[in-house]
Design a protein around this ligand. Structure first.
Ligand code: HEC
Ligand SMILES: [Cu+2]
Length: 366
């Protein structure tokens, strides 16, 4: 019995597979041990004193003690120091998670951009070029009874052959997740990486990580979001750079049968004509919204509040998902309706917005 319990202990914490894990765990363990220490000390002393100072005869009168200044100062100051230390430790670890440069190592270092879309009740993970993975595909391969933090069984079954159903990231490469929701609040979490962030309709939540150990882990929704909340779980693989290349290639082969890269610009144009052209021109002429001619890459682009930005993927993405966050100067009065587009459509539109006048795949024809 005790042996069984002890054998389970290593599974109390998920594997530590990202650069954040050590800091988070040491904070957690410090707090846990402080709690254990004080629990034992307080309950132990209390029990001891209850027995030692119990009333021994009917007419025994206890002495009257009003206070003890020394003890009171000690039990106020020591906990304050401990709690401040916990705060400091937790805050510095959190600050590292929120600082991209801490993950990147240096400003502007290589990273991978993935887009996460939460919806009732699954996750879409979009890779560059609109390649998409849905969390449900990796679930179909799992038997409920083999769910465990340690995923040895899963791997030994040879199920990793079906690599394109797993969310996959390379080891030792910083990854940025830009996340949004189609509906209610979800929360994207990868326990083995100790990351978690709420995912909200019309908002772009960003979180960074760097995986440190190859393996198979899980990602989940950590916000009760409806009846099938518990099904918003999927498997994630951390692989070598080489293996990651193979994964992307396979995904590309599978999904671009439907829509090859060269057709993405055209798909973006179609979406533009259907949805956006009422308010945006591509020839420089003004409509309800700003023209897209020369938009991408524009520097010192002025917003209504006077700030200047450079138009990049992030700005365009934000402008589509959450149009009111930043408004271009001259267009402050007109609200752009938030667009409900899936990640694939966003990626196609991005292709189109980058060069709205000409298909970059057909340059030679001009
Ligand atoms: C009903 C009119 C309307 C429609 C439809 C519309 N937009 Fe807009 N859009 C605007 C307005 C107005 C602005 C400027 C104010 C703002 O940023 O919210 C804007 C701004 C933008 C910007 C930022 C451009 C800049 O110069 O700052 C992008 C990108 C954009 N829209 C993309 C789209 C896409 C993609 C679609 C179609 C899926 C679309 N819009 C459909 C009205 C519209
Ligand atoms: Cu959810």
């Amino acid at each position: 019995m005790l042996n069984n319990t002890l054998a389970m202990l290593p599974e109390l914490l998920p594997p530590d597979a990202s650069t954040f894990a050590k800091d988070t765990d040491s904070t957690f363990m410090f707090i846990t041990w402080v709690c254990i220490f004080f629990f034992v000390a307080i309950v132990g002393l209390m029990t001891y004193y209850v027995i030692k100072y119990r009333r021994k005869s009917e007419d025994e009168q206890p002495p009257h003690i009003s206070h003890n200044l020394f003890l009171e100062v000690v039990w106020s100051v020591v906990p304050i120091i401990l709690v401040l230390f916990m705060f400091y430790w937790g805050y510095t670890a959190y600050a590292k998670m929120m600082d991209p440069v801490a993950v990147l190592g240096e400003e502007g270092a290589e990273h991978i951009d993935l887009y996460v879309n939460g919806k009732q009740w699954s996750w879409d993970i979009t890779y560059p070029g609109g390649l998409e993975i849905n969390s449900k595909n990796s679930l179909a391969m799992k038997n409920d009874d083999e769910f465990t933090w340690s995923t040895k069984k899963l791997i030994s079954d040879g199920k990793e052959n079906n690599i394109t159903s797993y969310m996959t990231v390379p080891v030792d490469v910083p990854v940025r997740l830009s996340m949004t929701s189609n509906d209610v609040i979800h929360s994207f979490a990868i326990p083995a990486f100790r990351i978690k962030k709420d995912v909200i309709l019309n908002r772009n939540s960003v979180i960074w990580f760097k995986a440190t150990k190859p393996g198979t882990y899980i990602y989940t929704c950590n916000e009760m979001c409806g009846i099938d909340h518990g099904h918003m779980i999927g498997y994630l693989r951390v692989v070598s750079q080489e293996e990651y290349g193979k994964f992307l290639k396979k995904l590309d082969d599978e999904q671009n049968e439907i829509l090859p890269k060269e057709k993405q610009w055209a798909a973006g144009k179609k979406l533009y004509l259907n949805v956006c052209s009422a308010c945006h021109s591509v020839d420089g002429s003004p409509r309800v919204g700003p023209t897209w001619k020369g938009l991408y890459g524009k520097a010192n682009y002025e917003m209504v509040d006077g700030t200047k930005i450079t138009v990049d993927d992030d700005y365009i993405r934000e402008s589509i998902l959450n149009p009111n966050a930043k408004k271009a100067k001259g267009f402050g009065a007109v609200p752009m309706p938030a667009q409900k587009l899936d990640e694939k459509q966003l990626a196609y539109l991005m292709e189109f917005i980058k060069s709205p006048e000409q298909d970059p795949n057909k340059k030679s024809e001009k």
